[in-house]
Design a protein around this ligand. Structure first.
Ligand code: ASP
Length: 378
């Protein structure tokens, strides 16, 4: 069955309420279609720190799993997604999938998206409840429908039709403990003036980090993971439980093409974590890929995207006393030559300072190049 036939078949079967299990691979067994004939690049995978620290039962982390798939001939996006399902399923990882810290009403709502460089396909889900692995559902939106983005109940219904298990709740004892403590601190009635409530929420979260109740490196988790094959094909995936304690229904940058991630197989990839609204305002990932298209090195492109965010941040509540952004944003960039960069608005103070990289030499933690000194005030 051709891809288009398969899409049509799946659509009509889904409309008829038939449950169809997710395919194991986008391209079946064996290697993905070879778009670029000659191997010429050292394969590489880049991701958030979570891609190094979160491990499955065998001790494998996301970047190593993804690189193993790429070098073993698996489709590049399948390999990356297999990697990020490790933190998605990890109950200890509080920024992604199962065990992600819930929204303001105690419900875990997940965002994810993926882009397949060689095919030029993309798929995403927003505010999805009850499925531990939104990255796989995003892949199915990409491969099985004519759409890019499904959100909320529609996304969950699609996942059910694709055969995913829908759980009543993705919270764990740990994520609920964090949420209850936050709720207790901000307001027993949970309804202050919206601006006070926002400040009270931020203040409570900051105190909880200072007191060691919450690990600062997993506060605002998210994993973005991008990779390149020996033939220079690129793909990327992002998956997150979004900003902690967000308003129900809030969808961040992660599933929005051009904001949280963008892939152009002729150029490279850009993905981001941190304050999603900043990337939504600036379509940062699209901008960074365009800059690479114009010949900029991944590091320069990422720095330019950060400068744009810094310069467009005008709202006093989002700025520190010196007028700098009071939040952090990080970019992970990879071009078709296999050059990469990890850049961040801040990499000092309380900010996360490392990201994950995996080459055929193995997985390691790398240090972000910061645009600004110190750490974010917020
Ligand atoms: N970018 C994500 C969002 O805004 C959060 C994060 O990366 O920590 O939902």
């Amino acid at each position: 069955m051709s891809d288009m036939d398969r899409r049509r078949f799946i659509r009509s079967a889904a409309a008829a309420g038939v449950a169809i299990s997710a395919p194991d691979s986008l391209f079946g067994e064996g290697r993905a279609p070879a778009v670029h004939a000659q191997d010429r690049v050292a394969p590489k995978v880049i991701a958030d720190r979570t891609g190094y620290t979160s491990r499955d039962e065998s001790g494998t982390n996301a970047v190593s799993r993804a690189l193993r798939g790429i070098t073993g001939g698996e489709d590049v996006l399948d390999a990356l997604i297999a990697g990020v399902t490790i933190p998605e399923r990890d109950p200890e990882e509080t920024g992604v999938g199962y065990g992600g810290v819930p929204n303001a009403e105690g419900v875990v709502q997940l965002d994810a998206a993926c882009m397949h460089g060689p095919r030029g396909w993309a798929g995403g889900v927003g505010a999805l409840e009850g499925v531990r692995t939104p990255s796989l559902v995003a892949r199915d939106v990409m491969a099985q429908t004519d759409h890019h983005l499904l959100a909320g109940e529609g996304a969950q219904k699609f996942a059910r039709q694709m055969g995913y298990e829908i759980e009543d709740s993705l919270t764990t004892d740990n994520s609920l403990r964090i949420w209850r403590e936050w709720k207790r601190r901000i307001d027993p009635e949970h309804w202050l003036d919206p601006s006070e409530r926002q400040e009270a929420g931020r203040q409570a979260a900051r105190e909880m980090i200072r007191e060691g109740l919450v690990d600062r490196t997993t506060y605002r988790g998210t994993i973005h993971c991008a990779g390149i094959t020996p033939s220079g094909d690129v793909s990327a995936v992002t998956t997150t439980s979004g900003l902690w304690f967000k308003l129900p229904g809030r969808v961040g940058d992660s599933p929005i093409l051009g904001a949280g991630l963008y892939v152009d197989n002729d150029v490279g990839t850009s993905g981001s974590t941190g304050r999603g609204e900043a990337n939504l305002y600036n379509l940062s990932s699209f901008r960074a890929v365009q800059l690479m298209r114009d010949g900029r090195h991944p590091k320069d492109a990422g720095m330019e995207a950060l400068r744009r965010i810094r310069d467009s941040t005008r709202d006093p509540r989002l700025m520190d006393e010196e007028g700098r952004p009071a939040f952090n944003v990080r970019f992970f960039l990879l071009n078709r030559e296999g050059q990469h960069a990890g850049v961040a608005m801040y990499a000092g103070g309380d900010a996360e300072s490392e990201y994950a990289l995996c080459t055929e030499e193995g997985a390691e933690l790398m240090t972000f190049e910061p645009l600004l000194e110190g750490g974010p005030a917020g």
